[in-house]
Design a binder for this molecule. Structure first.
Ligand code: 4NP
Length: 154
């Protein structure tokens, strides 16, 4: 079983989309996907209604996810930890206990060569079009990651 964790700040906008989309692209027999936030603002909440809405538009139901905070034991549970932006990356790395922990953490957009800016924009203060943009970028990137994970890391 390969375990993948998607991390953003609130775990209500970006990482729930990455969680749902990557999960939909991988066989659940071999892959476990989850998400978390570095912050504790929205613990137990379902995703932002704009994330739920854009996912639904593309046929994906993320409405049953609930927000949780990233914790040190996630370094033990997960093989790959993807940070949505540099700030999330720094916050995760600050909790790492050793180089093995650090080696599990990557920027989500790192392997998407079609985009230069490796920070997934935070749509929280934006409108539905910002969520649409994020959805499409997450979708494109998850296709790349899923092929990579299925091809080499299973
Ligand atoms: P997310 O977006 O990190 O993509 O879930 C945010 C959600 C909430 C807040 C910030 C970003 N907030 O400050 O409450």
């Amino acid at each position: 079983m390969t375990r993948i964790l998607m991390v953003c700040l609130g775990n209500i906008c970006r990482s729930p989309l990455a969680h749902g989309i990557l999960q939909s692209k991988l066989p659940e027999t071999n892959f476990y996907v989850d998400s978390a936030g570095t912050g504790a603002y929205h613990l137990g909440n379902t995703p932002d209604k704009r994330s739920i809405s854009v996912a639904k538009k593309y046929g994906l139901d993320i409405s049953t996810q609930t927000a949780r905070q990233f914790k040190v034991s996630d370094f033990d549970t997960f093989d790959y930890i993807y940070a949505m932006d540099q700030s999330n990356y720094t916050d995760i790395i600050s909790l790492a206990r050793n180089n093995n922990d650090i080696g599990k953490v990557k920027l989500f957009l790192e392997d998407n060569s079609s985009i230069q800016n490796k920070n997934m924009p935070d749509p929280y203060h934006g409108d539905q079009s910002d969520f649409e943009y994020v959805y499409n970028l997450v979708e494109e990137t998850c296709s790349i990651l899923a092929e990579d994970l299925k091809g080499h890391k299973n």
